[in-house]
Design a protein around this ligand. Structure first.
Ligand SMILES: Cc1cc2nc3c(=O)[nH]c(=O)nc-3n(C[C@H](O)[C@H](O)[C@H](O)COP(=O)(O)OP(=O)(O)OC[C@H]3O[C@@H](n4cnc5c(N)ncnc54)[C@H](O)[C@@H]3O)c2cc1C
Length: 371
């Protein structure tokens, strides 16, 4: 029987593994961390994924997702704009969602290996995937190892050679002055911070900042006090919320550079194929949608009369580009509106006074609901 190896068990890896296994393909998923675990993410998921997740029994309705239908944007000076969200979304922690999908994957027959992949190569018509413990062989490899992995270095991918200026920080907090149906994006100099409800009365507080802010202030608490708190909305959160983690989740070197959907014969999926800027609130939807695309394309080719790797790779790359390339490009353009104080004021002005333009920009980064 053909074997598919998936590297990375975030949303892209978990969802593609479930679909492939349910389609009757032997599927191995290799994830270096142990579920459940926290990861840096704003934890607001666009509703475009809901019909798909419900159709496949993957919508975590027993796990209490929070419905979010409004958007608030504030400038560094605290000036605010409010917009309805075209599609809306829901809030749930990755700790809970990924663990829920991990259990679904196990029940669907996916074989899990809790180890790190160090290298991948195609030898003849078989892949060799070397982990810390063993070398596996497979017919198809899906790369779902996220925005940045040691494996990108081993594969010599071009984006990894350039440094990225961004860091990401996440907390879960208790805070009673934010409406449950709203996701807010509060700007601060050289960054922005999102807040939205997740389960059990908690809120996700997650920000993206240029690394220079941290370099200038030495430590995260100092940076939050001196830079983020220049926005009065953030000042209120940082001074009055109850922070529930012992220390924040932090990641470095977040890159929005273009990547290629197929490299070294690996079908890249989710952030490994390209990451949309977090302010669009859309990375998780793209990870899930690209997992569907990868699983369906691989199934069709492996179960077809004769298998051609070239045809599989060409079809996947063409469809990935058609579905996601423009959205990622639009995200990069909108990202430029944030950071500088005067630009964030202008962005709030656009939302307040030219809401059709703001809606248009928002729609450009979002897809349509899919099944
Ligand atoms: C600050 C910030 C805020 C965000 N906020 C939002 C938001 O509110 N809404 C939204 O939709 N999106 C948001 N995103 C984007 C979203 O988090 C990602 O797009 C999404 O998690 C991508 O899923 P993925 O499965 O591709 O990767 P990931 O979820 O990153 O999963 C990759 C997995 O691969 C594993 N891995 C890596 N290397 C190896 C290896 N060599 N061997 C084995 N395992 C490996 C990792 O441990 C990880 O579990 C945000 C991102 C950032 C940085």
């Amino acid at each position: 029987m053909s074997q598919v190896i998936i590297i990375g068990g975030g949303l892209a890896g978990l969802v593609s593994s479930i679909l492939l296994s349910r389609n009757g393909l032997a599927t191995v998923l290799i994830e270096k961390k142990k579920y459940p675990f926290h990861r840096v993410c704003g934890e607001y998921i666009s509703n475009e994924v809901v019909p798909f997740m419900k159709h496949h029994g993957l919508y975590p309705d027993t796990a209490d997702p929070i419905r979010i239908s409004k958007f608030t944007l504030t400038a560094v000076n605290g000036r605010e704009a409010h917009l309805p969200l075209d599609l809306g979304g829901f809030g749930i922690s990755r700790y809970r969602l990924d663990h829920f999908l991990f259990r679904k994957a196990t029940a669907s027959g996916v074989q899990f290996l809790n180890t790190t992949v160090n290298s991948v190569s195609l030898e003849g018509d078989r892949f060799r995937v070397a982990t810390d413990h063993e070398t596996l062989e497979g017919d198809v490899v899906i790369g779902a190892f996220g925005k940045r992995s040691k494996l990108d270095k081993a594969l010599d991918r071009s984006f990894i050679k350039r440094r990225s200026p961004y860091i990401g920080v996440k907390y879960h907090i208790e805070y009673n002055r934010h409406p449950d149906d709203t996701v807010a994006l509060h700007n601060f100099p050289e960054g922005y911070c999102g807040i939205s409800r997740i389960e059990e009365g908690r809120y996700n507080l997650c920000y993206l900042s240029e690394r220079t802010n941290l370099k200038d202030h030495g430590q995260i608490p100092k940076m939050e006090e001196q830079v983020l708190s220049r926005n009065p909305w953030l000042e209120d959160i940082f001074s009055s919320a109850r922070f529930l983690f012992d220390k924040p989740e932090v990641i470095n070197e977040i890159s929005f550079e273009t990547k290629r959907p197929v490299e070294h014969n690996i079908l890249m999926c989710g952030d490994a194929a390209g990451m949309i800027t977090p302010l669009c609130g859309n990375g998780m939807a793209i990870a899930i949608h690209s997992a569907k695309l990868a699983a369906e394309t691989v199934t069709r080719h492996l179960k077809g009369a004769s298998f051609s790797r070239d045809a599989l790779e060409m079809e996947y790359a063409a469809q990935w580009n058609a579905m996601f390339k423009t959205r990622l490009w639009a995200g990069r353009q909108i990202q430029q509106l944030f950071g500088a104080a005067w630009l964030s004021n202008a962005a709030v002005g656009i939302c307040r006074n030219i809401s059709p333009l703001a809606n248009y920009l928002m729609k450009k980064t979002h897809g349509k609901p899919f099944r």
